[in-house]
Design a protein around this ligand. Structure first.
Ligand code: CTP
Length: 422
């Protein structure tokens, strides 16, 4: 019965057939597992292939890598390997394993196991199905397919949230993403884990990673509301509250993200999760944000973007709301900020002129380049040094304010600047 293999998207079929033939040659049993199988059944596009091998997953990945001339990165200590074909297409391989948690909320001890054990160690029944690569049959020991049909999220055993409390966040994520509901017994186990403060016992970096995944979902507002209702957000900060204002704010942020993506298709992709996080941290003070960043091990660049929003002065907001502000001043105020920060500022302050000025910065001023370069200054007899930057800034400001339009006018301005200096 090849029914499931036939559902595989066209672009992956050749690749999966290759995987199947190598598995046959090497006499290895390989299985597609996890989110890929769940999404295949749901008819949702997913290009993240996860393959479990009963035997040596790394060896399998390396044979495939050789045949496909693709790069394989192996993690010997975990018995896993990743084969990258294109930036958007990768296959993760691992040997089937069983896990046991010597200490709640800590990483498990892993040893080789059967496929059944490998599936049993997983979070929910809907993520614990496999497709046998040899015959395309669905292997569903725990009723994942029927739970998917009935739109239910169910854990595989009673200790699931104790072993790995990040599954609380995962339950919310999948529930909201696929409009499922958390099954009654599972919900009661989840709530009991929350009452026992299990989420606070996980290493914060793991909680951070799951939180970021939530903030990357399509409907972040729904996800955060549900998370707040179930668990509160104390595991991030006890000072974090969600009220009607936050909800409206997050919804406005979503509109701003959509606006940006529509108007600026060629720009670097936004870190949308960070845009939401900046918004979520709006009620917090700088000290609190710094301490969350330290706890969660956020990167310096991420912390900088979170803080620059808080440090943006009200007097600057007022300046930027004025009709009379010069483009060069708009540039000077906004150039140090990231797109993420600017979008949250646009969400926060509903003044039309303010929003227009920020849009002009993103769409016009930020992309403006001057024609003159170091070579030109050299030809004008200016020796290289810090003075170059000063001149370039003045030329750019003149250009922003419409005072110079072409290279000749830029050079003319520089000549005047030199004359005034001497
Ligand atoms: N998994 C788990 N417990 C976790 C994390 C992952 O059991 N805390 C298992 C699940 O079987 C999951 C698989 O590992 O399906 C892959 O994890 P991940 O890539 O995080 O999730 P996906 O299910 O692929 O979800 P997504 O579609 O969001 O990538």
């Amino acid at each position: 019965m090849k029914e499931y293999l036939e559902k595989i998207p066209e672009e992956l079929r050749g690749l999966i057939n290759k995987v199947r033939s190598i598995a046959a040659q090497e006499n290895l049993r390989g299985y597609l597992v996890g989110g890929f199988v769940r999404d295949l059944i749901l008819g949702v596009k997913n290009l993240d292939l996860d393959i479990v091998v009963e035997g040596d997953g790394i060896k399998f990945a390396e044979s495939l890598g050789q045949q496909l001339k693709a790069k394989v990165i192996a993690h010997k200590q975990f018995g896993t390997a990743t084969l990258s074909l294109r930036p958007s297409l990768k296959i993760d391989f691992s040997g089937a394993r069983s896990e046991y948690y010597p200490k709640p909320a800590h990483l498990p001890v892993v040893r080789p196991g059967s496929l059944r054990e490998d599936l049993f160690r997983r979070d929910f029944t809907i993520n614990a199905m496999a497709i046998d690569l040899s015959d395309g049959k669905l292997i569903d020991y725990f009723g994942g397919a029927s739970d998917l049909r009935n739109k239910i999220i169910r854990v595989l055993h009673d200790l699931s949230f104790i072993d790995d409390p990040t599954r609380i966040l995962r339950a919310v994520r999948f529930e909201q993403r696929y409009s499922l509901s958390i099954e009654r017994q599972t919900l009661s186990l989840l709530k009991s884990a929350l009452r026992n403060k299990m989420l606070e016992q996980v290493h914060p970096h793991r909680t951070r990673d799951e939180l970021i995944l939530i903030l990357k979902e399509e409907n972040v507002v729904k996800e955060i509301e549900r998370l707040h209702k179930l668990s509160g957000l104390d595991f991030i900060s006890a000072k974090l509250k969600i009220n009607t204002r936050t909800r409206v704010f997050l919804k406005t942020i979503k509109k701003e993200i959509d606006w940006f993506n529509q108007r600026n298709p060629g720009r670097r992709p936004l870190d949308t999760w960070l845009v939401y996080l900046i918004g979520l941290f709006d009620p917090l003070g700088i000290r609190e944000i710094k301490s969350i960043c330290a706890k969660f091990g956020l990167r310096k660049g991420e912390e900088k973007r979170l803080l620059s929003y808080k440090q943006f002065k009200l007097s600057w907001v007022k300046e930027l709301s004025a009709v009379t502000i010069k483009p060069s001043r708009i540039f000077a105020l906004l150039e140090p900020l990231s797109y993420e920060t600017i979008l949250v500022l646009r969400s926060k302050h509903n003044n039309k002129r303010f929003k227009r000025n920020l849009a002009d910065f993103l769409e016009i001023y930020n992309g403006l380049r001057i024609y003159v370069g170091g070579e030109d200054l050299h030809c004008l007899g200016i020796l290289p040094g810090p003075g170059y930057k000063e001149i370039f800034t003045q030329v750019l400001n003149a250009k922003l304010n419409g005072k110079v339009k072409n290279k000749e006018e830029e050079l003319e301005l520089i000549r005047k600047l030199i004359k005034n200096r001497s």
